[in-house]
Design a protein around this ligand. Structure first.
Ligand code: C2E
Ligand code: CA
Ligand code: CA
Length: 751
């Protein structure tokens, strides 16, 4: 993924109106990434420029079956187009194309030069633009031809890149993107065709690469390996030279795996995928491997190049996180996150089939009392018994979840009507009421169930969950051991929402906000490393209101943009004021909401806050949540890159609660991860959370990210975190968020 930044700039240099990356399906995005990566590898490895251009043509032909790619360049006098590369067009075709004069009837490529813009001809047999070349279209059965300009570094069109098809067709956005990328890479490769430069580049990449690189001759005899490769497999380069890669074989893959791999290499010149190899010490480990062939001008293979990255740590941790973070350790049931996923699927399905989905919030009655009197071990056992009882009642298509404590969520998918829901719920109440035998004692339980129904009570996860929860409390109020459906009058949110919105507008106008500051401590040195700015609403009647009560409303009504602007400016101003007062400079972390990224002009906001305050950007950190990285990736990549270019730092807040994709983080140049409090809070009692925290730290470190744990409330948590090699901590154990004067005193005390 390292190459992404490069590719982003590549595709900007075409001068074409670029196709929005996000308008492509994820499968198409993936294909394009692979294409770019394959080509960039060749560029980095100093593969001959002609070979790279042929490679572009062949890779694109693969992505658009039934087509041929071609590159034509204008001659010195800028009069005629000649074929420069067309690996799949037979020589007689090339001969007929050469010397093409640009003009209104000069085919797609001739028209690109003539009109100085891309040409998409979907029927070459009829289109006027092909009138001078009609014989070619018939002779070679070229039914359609899309052609785009190739620009020089001076933005002059020096040629064309075309995909011609043996069928009539018009390009989709994906195809346009393919052409765009192809032409931009070819333009760059042509510009950089200075063999010396690429040789130097090759050496630098080879020696310095973090990835292992191996070069073999056509018989797969190893000619070269770089230091990273030796380190990865434990053999010195002397031990490997003259051997074949078989020396590393793990026995993990069968013959057909290698046969398919070589088949792909020989046919397409390229293969990549996961492969297991064996180190010198016998250990088997997974690698990500990309193999490409290097051919000479006649097309004969002269070398194979393999690029390896060791993914064992990443893979272990990733799998561990995925399982742990989606299941409850005690009962093995899906947790809230996985439940959300399943419920959303059930909703999508029900929407198509016009069925209902019931969301049940089930809470055991008097469980706390039982738990306290029987002890926790028996309490756990009881929860497992309840789980098996519930499993009997639900169907395979339903989802059972234990989010924690004595609470269960159930999604009943595909229900025809409310009656059938009630029947299921009756069955559940009945099964829970069956007496259990636990440690020789007969016990009986009951539960209260709240029900919200899609689509009647809401269309999404959050609404349905909130309403099922309210209904559950109604069931409890109704004397327990019963169920209640959600009813509209329970929803008192809206009035409260309007009241707060109204008052917040006033608050923004009259600047009724203030910031409190909470220190962040470096675990290794015990020093205060940074400070997080946390907003409070200084309400004229109610006093200080915590952000939990107004931020989400401010996000819904958009006022967060103005509040956030004030927060950022104030935090920067305060940071400078402390520095002027002689406190040691530390990083100030400011929270930024996804809504600000969507609606506000974040880059300008940040620049002006830095300018107004005079704060050195290295002392500013923006905390953002993972969710924003998932929207409009291209846009966020460039926005966050611009932000990083100002010199500030980026942290991901509440890590672990969302998508938790480390691959994204690497791409987005994040500096720090903040492990969410909900994991930290339970590390001492929940082995599940403890394991997640350890895995997150390990994995973050393999990606060179620092990790901070928030919500550290006692010595026990601190000790566990330090045993995990967590870098920094924040929490009540050290200090609560406090007003600026108190923070200054705290710092003075520390130093
Ligand atoms: P957050 O960013 O996760 O901030 C950490 C919250 O945890 C703070 O709550 C902090 O007071 C609290 N906390 C710190 N140490 C401990 C501890 O040891 N135990 C426990 N139980 N809690 C601890 P606070 O100040 O109420 O902020 C709540 C949330 O409001 C923040 O969560 C953040 O999401 C949001 N927020 C606060 N200020 C801003 C802001 O300026 N802009 C935006 N967009 N959101 C903000
Ligand atoms: Ca935060
Ligand atoms: Ca947080």
């Amino acid at each position: 993924m390292k190459n992404l930044e490069k590719t982003a700039t590549l595709s900007c240099s075409t001068g074409l109106p670029t196709v929005e990356y996000s308008s492509l399906s994820s499968e198409e995005q993936e294909k394009i990434l692979h294409l770019q990566q394959a080509i960039l590898e060749s560029v980095a490895l100093g593969v001959d420029h002609m070979e790279i251009i042929n490679q572009v043509c062949r890779l694109e032909e693969q992505l658009l079956p039934n087509s041929v790619g071609s590159v034509m360049l204008m001659d010195e006098a800028y009069e005629f187009l000649n074929v420069y590369a067309a690996p799949s067009i037979p020589p007689e075709g090339v001969a007929q194309l050469n010397g093409l004069r640009p003009g209104p009837g000069g085919g797609s490529c001739g028209n690109v030069i003539y009109r100085q813009e891309p040409q998409f001809v979907s029927n070459t047999f009829a289109d006027l633009r092909w009138q001078d070349l009609r014989h070619l279209a018939y002779n070679f059965n070229l039914c359609s031809c899309w052609s785009v300009p190739i620009y020089s570094s001076e933005q002059k069109i020096k040629g064309t890149f075309a995909l011609s098809s043996f069928e009539h067709r018009s390009p989709s956005p994906f195809h346009q993107k393919l052409l765009e990328i192809g032409s931009s890479i070819i333009g760059i490769v042509l510009d950089r065709n200075k063999s010396l430069e690429s040789l130097r580049l090759f050496q630098k990449v080879f020696e310095g690469s973090e990835e292992g690189i191996m070069v073999t001759d056509p018989n797969k005899v190893i000619l070269l390996v770089n230091p990273a490769f030796s380190k990865m497999v434990g053999y010195t380069s002397e031990e490997l030279l003259g051997e074949t890669p078989k020396k590393l074989s793990s026995g993990h893959h069968d013959r057909s795996f290698y046969a398919a791999m070589w088949d792909s290499i020989n046919t397409f010149g390229h293969w990549h995928g996961e492969i297991w190899n064996r180190r010198k010490n016998g250990e088997i480990f997974p690698e990500w491997l990309a193999i490409s062939t290097v051919n000479d001008l006649s097309g004969k293979t002269t070398h194979y190049i393999g690029i390896f990255s060791d993914i064992s740590e990443r893979k272990n941790a990733e799998e561990q996180i995925r399982y742990l973070s989606s299941h409850d350790a005690l009962t093995g049931l899906p947790n809230r996150m996985l439940f959300k996923d399943r419920l959303e699927n059930a909703i999508a399905f029900a929407a198509r089939s016009h069925h209902k989905v019931a969301v049940l919030n089930l809470d055991l009655d008097q469980f706390k009392m039982l738990n306290d009197s029987l002890g926790h071990t028996a309490g756990d056992e009881l929860l497992r018994c309840v789980t098996s009882q519930l499993k009997v009642c639900v169907r395979d298509t339903d989802t059972l979840c234990r989010p924690g404590g004595d609470e269960f969520f159930i999604a009943l998918a595909n229900m025809p009507d409310t009656d059938s829901i009630s029947t299921m719920v009756d069955k559940i109440l009945e099964h829970i009421a069956k007496p259990f035998v636990l440690e020789g004692r007969h016990l009986s339980l009951s539960c209260s169930i709240g029900i919200a129904v899609y689509p009647d009570d809401g269309g999404n996860f959050e609404t349905l969950m909130k309403r099922a929860d309210k209904a559950m409390y109604q069931a409890k109020d109704a004397g327990r051991n019963t169920y209640r459906y959600f009813t509209e009058q329970l929803n008192s949110d809206s009035f409260e929402y309007m009241r707060i919105t109204h008052e917040l507008r006033e608050a923004v106008k009259c600047k009724q906000f203030t910031l409190h500051y909470q220190p962040q401590i470096d675990l290794a040195t015990g020093n205060v490393q940074g400070v997080e700015a946390l907003v409070r609403w200084n309400h004229p009647l109610e006093g200080l209101i915590p952000p939990g009560r107004f931020i989400s409303i401010a996000e819904q009504n958009g006022l967060i943009v103005e509040i956030g602007e004030w927060v950022l400016n104030e935090a920067c101003r305060q940071a400078v004021a402390w520095q002027m007062a002689g406190l040691p400079p530390i990083v100030i972390a400011v929270n930024m909401s996804a809504v600000q990224f969507k609606r506000g002009n974040v880059e300008n906001l940040v620049r002006s806050a830095l300018d107004n305050s005079g704060l050195d950007p290295q002392y500013l950190e923006i905390e953002l949540t993972e969710s924003i990285l998932l929207h409009d990736m291209d846009y966020m990549l460039s926005l966050l890159k611009d932000l990083k270019d100002t010199g500030l730092k980026l942290a991901i807040d509440d890590f672990g609660t969302g998508y938790s994709s480390l691959a994204y983080l690497k791409k987005f140049k994040i500096d720090r991860l903040k492990i969410d409090q909900s994991f930290v809070g339970d590390i001492a009692i929940d082995p599940n959370d403890a394991a997640i925290v350890r895995a997150i730290v390990q994995m973050a470190h393999t990606l060179n990210l620092r990790v901070i744990a928030e919500g550290v409330e006692n010595q026990e948590m601190l000790e566990y975190l330090s045993s995990c090699q967590c870098d920094e901590v924040q929490g009540y154990h050290f200090a609560r968020p406090m007003p600026p004067e108190a923070f200054a005193a705290f710092m003075a005390d520390k130093t």
